[in-house]
Design a protein around this ligand. Sequence first.
Ligand code: PLP
Length: 485
Amino acid sequence: MSSTPGSSGLILDEGLLWEKGKKGRRGFSMPVRDVDESPLPEGLEGDPPDLPELCEVDVVRHYTRLSQWNFGLDTGMYPLGSCTMKYNPKTNERQASLPGFIGAHPLLPDALCQGLLRIIWETGACLSEITGMDETSLQPSAGAHGELTGMLLIHAYHEHNGARKSKIIVPDTAHGTNPASAALCGYTPVPVKSNDRGVMDPEAVEAVMDENVAGIMITNPNTLGFFEENIHRIAEIVHGGGGLVYCDGANMNAVMGAVKMGHIGVDVMHLNLHKTFSTPHGGGGPGSGPVAVKKHLSPFLPVPRVVRREDGGFRMSSEFPLSIGKVLAFHGSVGVIIKAYSYIRSMGPGLADASRLAVLNANYLMARLKGILHLPYDRPCMHECVFSDSFQKDHGVTTLDIAKRLMDYGFHPPTVYFPLVVSGAIMIEPTETESRENLDEFVLALETIVREAVENPALLHSAPSLSKVRRLDEVTAARKPCLAG
Ligand SMILES: Cc1ncc(COP(=O)(O)O)c(C=O)c1O
């Protein structure tokens, strides 16, 4: 522990537990021994492990202080565009933590985990219903993993039909993982520029469509926060040329109960349960990226699959000879699936209201902020709105400065410098769980920051000034992370 008092007010300094330990300190009291001491069996003597000796209060304060250096969804508004960082109801965590689920071993025979198999089966059915698709696999463990699975399904489909194709069309408003997933599957991504409304033109797709195109990957709503309004016509063009339509449905939080992708030409799509369905996206996992398909792609879905037996029970089955095989061990990210199930069942038709509110909140922020931040696409948005720093640049203030200064006002920064189609992008996704008061406070903070950008830009250059860790050299922080002290 440092020898100087905590330097950030109530955000206290904290050293390593090893530095805190004192010989003889205990977190428990053993009863007085009432039997004779007996030596350890031969081979077990020797030096004890080098563990710090601590009392309970040391340990509790250590971890509580560390948690206070962080900012989470339970702390405040987290408008990280493209990540749908909404508040996740605690009841869903509780269901996923029920002892029967936590204690279930992944190798349990089907007969001993019927409840779990039923939840997996029913969650798949709910997601198929929400998306308008025919069948859903819950195996993939992340959005990008779902994309790769979807690409493998498209490849398997074409191969089965004797077609060899080499290209996937990817618009410039797609999520960054889309072209990477296509390339990982061996396809060459073919870029398509969006139009001045921030969406794809059917003519632009037509221009690159040929017999070598295996499909198109459409992020919908896209990374500018717009619904791809021409998707139906685009799907006709791609299908007409022998290709399939993949939808990156990670932004489903904007359209639940309003749009069924399966009804507007999509053949295969993924969802991010760890955005829309009650698991936060940040934190590095675990996640779940289910893949939903129309009937013609069902035979290729990963195995093993949960299938319903004739007696109403469930079993895992690998009897699908055209399957692409396994993409993850065991049953998928079970904890995340249970939370999604609990969320869907407890929300019911309210899922549509959640989407409506997410869209309303984003449009409210867009309308309130468009005078003070540059809005490159000035039209109603879906779940997120994208600004740029071009008004502030004259004062030498950049997107990064604005984002860092927001931390001093108690907000997690928005996503910055993404999507790439907007230079200096500031991408704000408030989600449905923020109240009008929270949104107004966020607007007030940004109004103050843009005033500071004119009157005292140095304040912004040195921000954040109230956090435990100040402005980092982000490249060094990523390349040489210092995780201790
Ligand atoms: C639209 C979109 N697609 C795909 C992904 C990738 O998901 P994951 O980070 O789980 O791989 C994300 C993640 O934010 C996303 O926003």
